[in-house]
Design a protein around this ligand. Sequence first.
Ligand SMILES: Cc1cc2nc3c(=O)[nH]c(=O)nc-3n(C[C@H](O)[C@H](O)[C@H](O)COP(=O)(O)OP(=O)(O)OC[C@H]3O[C@@H](n4cnc5c(N)ncnc54)[C@H](O)[C@@H]3O)c2cc1C
Length: 502
Amino acid sequence: MMDIDRETVVIIGAGIVGVSTAYFTVKKLAKQHSAETRPRVVLLEQCEPGCSASGKSGGFLARHWSDGTDTEQLAQFSYDLHAKLAQEHDGAERWGYRPLNTFCAEIDRIPVMPAKQHKTTHQRSESGSVVTSIEVIAPRSSNSSAVSTMEYSNPATPSTTADDNQQSHAHRSIAVPDLSSVKEVSPDTVPWLKTRLVNKLRQVGDTSSTAQVDPLKLTRSLLTEARALGLEVIRAKAIDVAETGYRPPVIEFSVNNKASGDSGQPRFPDIPENAQPTTVVESININKKKRGTSKSYIVLLDQGQDIPTDKIVVACGAWANSCLRWEAFRDVSASQIPIQGLRVHYLLARPKAPIPAQAVFAEINGTVYSGEDAIEIYPRPDGSVFICGEALDDPEMPPHNPLEPVYSKRATGRLKQIVNDVSPALTYEMIQYGLACHLPVHAKGIPVISKVPSSKGLYIAAGHGCWGILNGPATGLAVSELLVDGNCTSLDLSSFRLDRWY
Ligand SMILES: Cc1cc2nc3c(=O)[nH]c(=O)nc-3n(C[C@H](O)[C@H](O)[C@H](O)COP(=O)(O)OP(=O)(O)OC[C@H]3O[C@@H](n4cnc5c(N)ncnc54)[C@H](O)[C@@H]3O)c2cc1C
């Protein structure tokens, strides 16, 4: 039976933001309370912890790439917090935390060579793919053969689904810093790229300022730590949140209001058959559940249970604006949380030979595909390599179930093709392929980390865009201070207020 007298906090969403919030909250409470009096902290997840962006991201961390922006303090603080967490919980072993060197590469997909020394022909194969042959007439170096032919095949004609016809575009999930003042280094510094295709290579981070984690392992390790301190985890979807003291205006229906041309049934099937004109119908079932609780809110779950609670944190990533449909969030407007999913494609592979700790942001000036492409390559300590790129803007909400396949065949094929072009050895063994997930993007590029101003205990932490793994821990710490102390002293959260823009 539920103990309704203990103070309760419900965190919705077990991505890095929700899990970090849970971790720092239970840690703080454990210092202040005995196990008997400690407030209850519940983490709700509709799927698996880390099933969405937090389990499927690059896990790249940069201390200074947000300098000069609203997230400068958050990023620097969180970068240092990552190092602290790794030290405290053996992050190197448990979630692959390690500092690394970082490069930006400008890559030509066709070999760099003097003019008129190659001949390009395009042919359509039987399968419908366009095969581009580049015949090298003169050698680039004395070691090259006099004539060699390379073939690059375009992905086959895309299937005709609306999804696959959507254009993907060159996209960095991470904004690279200004390169104008960064010196070039020799292409041989990153020997696992096809160095003869590398036009320019610049080192944009070293082991003092860039690092990486395996984001799924980090999320799940922090969850394990939080559970050990009393966190409860419930696998369920929050479908509504009601405020116990609030009575929504009742709606009056007229039973004479019939849908035109139907068989005479009332338009609203919930209306009792014997209802008279202007019968008052209580439209929201949750009202019945409000009785008999001393808590401020009730979270209604998809399986029919409900959790009375004092405080609620929405940490739903790309799904954050679902809360606009929840009764208790009625004062929050859509313009205050303009968060939507940006679908980014990725793959996980195992290279033929281990790759050093070098992250690469590659920009490919294609001639085989028109336009440019950008991919990010993150070799991991376990010998795998994570590669992402090919973004599709999704104006609509991401699918209900984060595990539903959301990838576009065309974008996925294109990503693999680009990787093969710049470094075929990378995809020697494909571990995961044909994958995409939703990056929670805020229209202003700044996350919301805020209490809902007029509320007793509603909080939103979402919209972290391409830096959620970096900024997740600091966000969690900040929200834990709001929840437990009533204000945040570690960070200045004024840039992340819900009412900042509108
Ligand atoms: C390909 C890719 C590469 C990336 N690379 C990097 C990187 O290198 N560095 C970096 O810092 N960031 C990176 N990011 C960004 C980062 O992954 C995200 O910003 C971050 O994971 C967002 O975390 P979150 O907790 O806000 O959201 P999510 O991880 O999406 O978690 C939200 C959770 O809420 C759950 N949920 C939603 N609604 C409900 C509900 N009603 N009830 C219960 N549960 C619910 C979902 O199931 C989900 O598990 C990358 C992202 C992608 C997609």
